[in-house]
Design a binder for this molecule. Structure first.
Ligand code: ZN
Length: 344
């Protein structure tokens, strides 16, 4: 079966070279995928822009019209780290479109799994606010499309970007059809994602946060995924698994405090691919989020594409030096408090 890749081309119009979130990131990823030969093994398509009604199913009129207006008029900063310029709306719209097309490809059976190569990233964008480098929440728009347009009853999102996916959490906090699981550094931007944030109303128990202290790497992440996130997926029984694939948890990342390696990221992705094979016919789509090391980002993206294709890739950077903090007390605490994990 096929691995589908959905590319975005208009992202180059959203580019501030003095900012860590710049077009060179995704250009480097695509060069790495081509150089390794993996791109040639996949079915590659350029994504169409998302329909405005699919974007508005997540985002308020204020978010949509602010981006559209600034993209026509010139340039502005929405907060101290989120820029918008001529062409940003088209870039954001195509990023959301890539995530939607990945969902479509899996649900229709045209692809076994998929990788949406998107930027700017999306997971900090809330229904009412673009923030944290993110304009539109690509993965949230795709998950809502899966439930509201395609009629799926249970979609899971796992977020292994080093930052908490606050926008995704906010979108689905009271929506029991979407399980949101996030591992992230704490304390770290944006400050949300405590273990006791577990959902509300119909969404009670469908948010799972694993806030990890600084220095956690391959061993701690593996433990968190094996003991918390994979069991939660088994409890929830999703029909589709989406992954916010951010690579700023790598030890070489200039803004992330964690110590994952390329091999570690491949291992987490393999755990999720295996879970998807058991639970939902293998339907797993990765959506690119953060990652700001120009060495670790392309190598990690290449390694996780290798997992999707079943073609293991080398780790050119190796593992982090030094030991890791023990996360067993955190894991034990979350098992005791989380509604989805009790009696696991
Ligand atoms: Zn991040």
């Amino acid at each position: 079966m096929t691995t589908a890749i959905f590319r975005t081309t208009s992202h180059t119009h959203h580019d501030e070279p003095r900012h860590v979130e710049q077009a060179a990131r995704l250009i480097a990823v695509e060069q790495a995928l081509a150089a390794s030969g993996l791109l040639a093994q996949a079915q590659v398509a350029v994504a169409a822009p998302a329909r405005e009604r699919d974007i508005r199913a997540v985002h308020s009129t204020r978010v949509v019209e602010t981006l559209q207006y600034i993209s026509l008029e010139g340039e502005a900063w929405l907060d101290s780290d989120t820029y918008v310029m001529l062409g940003s709306w088209e870039a954001a719209q195509q990023g959301a479109g890539a995530a939607i097309e990945a969902v479509d490809a899996l649900v229709s059976g045209r692809a076994a799994n998929a990788f949406a190569l998107t930027r700017p990233p999306g997971h900090h964008a809330t229904p009412n606010r673009s923030m944290g480098f993110c304009l539109l929440n690509n993965i949230a728009i795709a998950a809502r499309y899966a439930t509201d347009v395609l009629g799926l009853e249970r979609v899971a999102i796992v977020d292994y970007d080093v930052h908490h996916g606050n926008g995704t959490q906010d979108t689905f906090y009271a929506d029991g059809r979407v399980l949101f699981c996030s591992s992230h550094g704490a304390p770290l931007y944006p400050g949300s994602g405590q273990a006791d944030e577990t959902g509300t109303g119909a969404g009670t128990g469908t948010t799972l946060n694993v806030p990890l202290s600084y220095g956690v790497g391959d061993s701690g992440y593996s433990q968190a995924y094996r003991e918390l996130i994979v069991p939660a997926l088994h409890r929830f029984q999703p029909e589709l698994l989406l992954v916010s694939a951010g690579f700023d948890g790598h030890w070489d990342d200039p803004i992330g405090p964690h110590a994952l390696s390329v091999t570690g990221y491949a291992g987490l992705t393999q755990l999720l691919k295996d879970a998807a094979a058991e639970l939902c016919g293998g339907r797993i789509a990765l959506v690119l989020e953060g990652g700001y090391s120009m060495r670790a980002l392309p190598a990690s993206a290449n390694a996780v594409l290798g997992v999707l294709l079943g073609l293991p890739q080398p780790d050119p950077l190796g593992g982090a030096a030094g030991g890791e903090p023990d996360i067993a007390p955190l894991v034990g605490g979350i098992k005791r408090l989380h509604p989805l994990l009790q009696s696991c």
